[in-house]
Design a protein around this ligand. Structure first.
Ligand code: LFR
Length: 484
C-alpha cells in the first residue's frame, strides 16, 4: 500500500527540523531540513529570532515539497509544534510588535509576587493545575506595558498564522499559559479579568486534529506546495506531541521526554489538583485527545549544552588548537565516554533550581551549587558531566516515584524519548536509579506525534492513542536498559 505523506515542523529551544512523514502500516520519517535555534540577547533581554525561524520553515517546506514530488505523492497537510509558554503580540493588521521574548528572560520572574498578590498560588493551581514556573505565560503577560489592540499568539500558532492567515490557539499549548482551566478545557476568563487582560487576548481554541486553514497563496508559491495544502492542528506543544508518540505497549508506563528540559511523568484521564500535588509542583498539562500530562519540568540537557558552550568558548579564548592549551577535546561523544569512566556516587545538584534557567557560565554555577551543599566538584569536564547526569537520573527517579504516588498510576516501565534517549549513560543511570526497565527511543518522538495526529485526521492512521503508540513501537523498536 502506497505511503501517504505529511510534513512536520518541529522546533525546539536549540534546534529545529522539517520532516516528511511516510505513513502506511508503519510510520517513517525523512528529515529534509535542520537548523539551529537559540536565544539572542539584546539590551539585556532575551528573544527568539522569529523572522529567522520563519525563513527556515519556508526553506524546509520547500524541501519537503521537492522530497514529496520525488516520492510521487503530495504533502497532504502540515503540522507545527514548538516549545510552550512563549508568544508574539500581533495587531489587527497582523503585524508583530517585535520578536517574541524567550522564557529564559527574567521578566516573568519579577512579576510573580504581584500576580500572586492578586491570584494566590493555591487558587491558580485549583483551576489550572499548572506547575509554578517563573516564566509561565501569565507572568510574562503581567509584564507587558500595553496590550490594547493586540492578540497573543503562542509560537506554533504564530507560525500557523504566518502560513494561513488564520488565528487560533491550540489547546495543548494553551494549557501551559496559566490562564487555562484544566477541568473545563476552556480559558480561565476570571483570571484574565483579575489581571486586566483583554478578553480576546488569545484567539479561539482549536483541538489537535482540527484544520487551522490552508496555505496563503504567497506561501504556496514560495514553497512549491499545492495552494490547497492544509495546516492541521497537532499537539502543538512539543511535549504533547512527544507523549502521544511514546511507544508504550501497556497501560503502566512513565515517560521522560528528554531534551533541553526533561518532562517526567505519567498520562492520566483527569487532572490531580490536590494540595499535595501543588506542593510537589506537578503540572496537569493537556495532552492530545483530552488526556492529562501529569508531569514535572525536571532540568535537562540544557545544563550539559550550556557547559559545552562555555568550554568551547574557553578553548577558543585560550587559542587554538585546544589541545595546545591543555584543554580537552570537546565532542559530546568523548565527554560522555569520559563521564562514564568517572566513579559512581559523586556529588549531586538540584537540577530544577531556578538559577539554572538563565544562560551563561554553567560549569561555575554547578560547582557553586555543589559547594553550597557542602560538597566539592572538580573542574574537569568529565567530572562536571558525570555530576549533571547522576543528578538528572536521581531527579528522574524521584519524579517518577512522586508522579505515581500522587496520581495512583502504577509504573512498571519507563520510556525515554527525544535527544536524551541516545545518551546511553543517562539511560543506564536512569534504569539504575529507578530500579525499572528503561526503553529508549524514538529520538524523534515529537515529530512522530505531530505526523500521526495529522495522519489520523486524514484517515491514514488508527483512531486511538493506544493504536498509534503500537504503530510507533512496531516502526521504531527501542533499546532496553535493565537496572544494574
Ligand atoms: C520542552 C518545553 C517544555 C516547556 C518548556 C518551555 O521543549 O516545551 O514542555 O515547559 O519547553 O516552553
Amino acid at each position: 500500500k502506497a505511503a501517504r505523506l505529511f510534513a512536520a515542523v518541529d522546533i525546539g529551544a536549540s534546534s529545529g527540523r522539517v520532516i516528511v512523514g511516510r505513513v502506511s502500516d508503519t510510520v517513517q520519517l525523512d528529515v529534509v531540513h535542520r537548523f539551529p535555534n537559540g536565544v539572542t540577547a539584546r539590551n539585556g533581554n532575551l528573544f527568539w529570532d522569529f523572522d529567522g525561524l520563519l525563513a527556515e520553515v519556508f526553506t524546509g517546506l520547500g524541501k519537503a515539497a521537492a522530497h514529496a514530488a520525488a516520492l510521487g505523492g503530495p504533502i497532504e497537510s502540515i503540522g507545527i509544534d514548538t516549545w510552550a509558554v512563549d508568544y508574539g503580540l500581533v495587531d489587527e493588521e497582523g503585524t508583530m510588535a517585535g520578536p517574541p521574548y524567550s522564557y529564559r528572560d527574567g521578566r516573568g520572574a519579577v512579576q510573580v509576587a504581584r500576580v500572586h498578590g492578586l491570584l494566590g498560588p493555591d487558587r491558580l493551581y485549583e483551576t489550572t493545575g499548572l506547575q509554578h514556573l517563573p516564566f509561565n505565560t501569565i507572568f510574562q503577560l503581567a509584564s507587558e506595558p500595553d496590550l490594547t489592540g493586540r492578540q497573543a499568539l503562542l509560537i506554533p500558532d504564530l507560525i500557523a498564522f504566518a502560513l494561513t492567515g488564520v488565528r487560533r490557539t491550540e489547546s495543548t499549548n494553551a494549557s501551559t499559559t496559566g490562564l487555562f482551566d484544566a477541568v473545563a478545557g476552556e480559558w480561565a476568563t476570571e483570571f484574565m479579568q483579575a489581571l486586566h487582560l483583554p478578553a480576546r487576548l488569545f484567539p479561539p481554541l482549536i483541538e489537535p486534529g482540527e484544520t487551522i486553514g490552508t496555505l496563503l497563496p504567497a506561501v504556496a508559491a514560495l514553497t512549491d506546495l499545492p495552494p490547497g495544502t492544509k495546516v492541521v492542528a497537532v499537539g502543538s506543544h512539543d511535549t504533547a506531541s512527544a507523549v502521544a508518540a511514546v511507544p508504550a505497549t501497556g497501560p503502566n508506563f512513565a515517560y521522560i521526554s528528554s531534551g533541553t528540559w526533561s518532562l517526567v511523568g505519567v498520562e492520566l484521564r483527569a487532572p490531580v489538583l490536590t494540595e499535595a500535588s501543588r506542593r510537589a509542583n506537578f503540572t496537569n498539562e493537556r495532552g492530545v485527545d483530552g488526556t492529562i500530562r501529569y508531569l514535572r519540568n525536571v532540568g535537562g540537557l540544557w545544563l550539559l549544552s550550556e557547559c559545552m558552550r562555555t568550554w568551547a568558548q574557553e578553548a577558543h579564548d585560550a587559542g587554538s588548537p585546544a589541545s595546545a592549551a591543555g584543554l580537552p577535546a570537546l565532542s559530546l561523544e568523548e565527554l560522555l565516554a569520559a563521564a562514564a569512566a568517572e566513579p559512581a556516587g559523586g556529588p549531586l545538584i538540584d537540577v530544577d533550581a531556578e538559577n539554572f534557567i538563565a544562560p551563561g557560565d554553567m560549569p561555575n554555577r554547578i560547582r557553586a551549587a555543589v559547594k553550597a551543599t557542602g560538597g566539592t566538584l572538580e573542574t574537569r569536564p568529565a567530572a562536571v558531566v558525570r555530576c549533571i547526569l547522576d543528578s538528572l537520573a536521581a531527579a528522574y527517579a524521584r519524579t517518577v516515584r512522586e508522579a505515581s504516588a500522587l496520581s495512583g498510576q502504577s509504573v512498571d516501565v519507563i520510556h525515554i524519548v527525544g535527544g536524551g534517549s541516545q545518551n546511553k549513560l543517562l539511560c543506564q543511570l536512569t534504569a539504575n536509579a529507578t530500579g525499572l526497565p528503561v526503553i529508549a527511543g524514538p529520538v524523534e518522538a515529537t515529530a512522530l506525534g505531530n505526523i500521526l495526529i495529522q495522519a489520523r485526521a486524514a484517515g491514514a492512521a488508527p483512531a486511538t492513542l493506544t493504536e498509534l503508540r503500537a504503530m510507533v513501537a512496531a516502526s521504531h523498536p527501542g533499546v532496553q536498559y535493565l537496572p544494574r
